[in-house]
Structures are given as structure tokens and as C-alpha cells.
Write a protein that binds this ligand. Sequence first.
Ligand code: HEM
Length: 146
Amino acid sequence: MGAVHDTAPTLFFRVGGMPFFEALVDAFYAGVATDEVLLPMYPEQPDLTGARHRLTLFLAQYWGGPTTYMEERGHPRLRMRHFPFHVGTLERDRWLVHMAAAVEQVCAERSTPEGVAGELMAYFVPTAEHLRNDSGLPISSARPSR
Ligand code: HEM
């Protein structure tokens, strides 16, 4: 009797691998490129090549694909990596609007299996909230008096 293995196919496998994540991230950043709140936050903007590369590899790794992100960038520590950027409810919601549109578009174009869009959004919604680093409460925006 062997050990019990989790043999459920990963989402990475079910969507057909890397091309799906490349298409998703392309569609997402096409939206970001038009967003007057989000675009200015990207350190290398208007060049989003590096940001696209990092998000593609991160998502592929997260959903069970190759671990290239880890090899290139180390442990994701996403909350820490977002500290330099002001992520309030506005930024979170705009990020999610572009991602939801990208998920819908790419899943439709590629006839992605039933359920995948829902699984993706069930990750993105709470994660975007988790990365928010401005509570929106008056205290969090307060500056020391001078
Ligand atoms: C589910 C939500 C999110 C995920 C999975 C995510 C993922 C990532 C990843 C993997 C990186 C690259 C980190 C690195 O290797 O250096 C990154 C960078 C970044 N993220 Fe997010 N993020 C999310 C939400 C947000 C939100 C809500 C904002 C706010 C607008 C945001 C703004 C940025 C910016 C400005 C960068 C720097 C771009 C760059 O890599 O050069 N992210 N994010």
C-alpha cells in the first residue's frame, strides 16, 4: 500500500498550462495600462514588461505550474512586496475590476473548463483585500503633526 497522494489535476494543468496565464496577464495589464489610478503606481511604467513577467510566473506557480517565480524572485511574500505601494479600497477595487474582466474574457476566448473562472476569482478577491495596506480609517491616513 503506497502513500496517499493528491492526484487531482492542478488548475494550471486544467487550463492548458502557461499560455493561459500569459493571455490572462496580457488582458489584465491591457486594462491597467488605461487606468489613471493604477498605472502611475508601477515603478517601470509605462513599460509593464517586467510586471507582466512577474505576475505570469507567480500565478503559474500558485496554481500548480513550474516554480520559476520562486527561482527568480524567492518566496513570494506578496504582502511585504506590496508595502511600497498605496493599496487602499480604490486601488484594490480597480485591480479586481481589471482582473475580473481579464478572467471573463480569457476564459470565454479559450473555452476554459467550467468552474475555472470562479476558482480564480475566489482566490483574487480575498487576496486583493489581504494586500490592502490602508485600512481606510482616519487613523491610517493620519500624518504626524508638525
Ligand atoms: C490578488 C491580488 C494581487 C496579486 C496576486 C498580486 C501579485 C503581484 C506580484 C506577483 C507582483 C510582483 C512581485 C515581485 O516579484 O516583485 C506584484 C507587483 C505589484 N503589484 Fe500586485 N498583486 C495583487 C494585487 C495588487 C493590488 C490590489 C495592487 C494595487 C494597485 C497591486 C499593485 C502592484 C504593483 C504596483 C506592483 C509592482 C509591479 C512590479 O512588479 O514591477 N497589486 N503584484
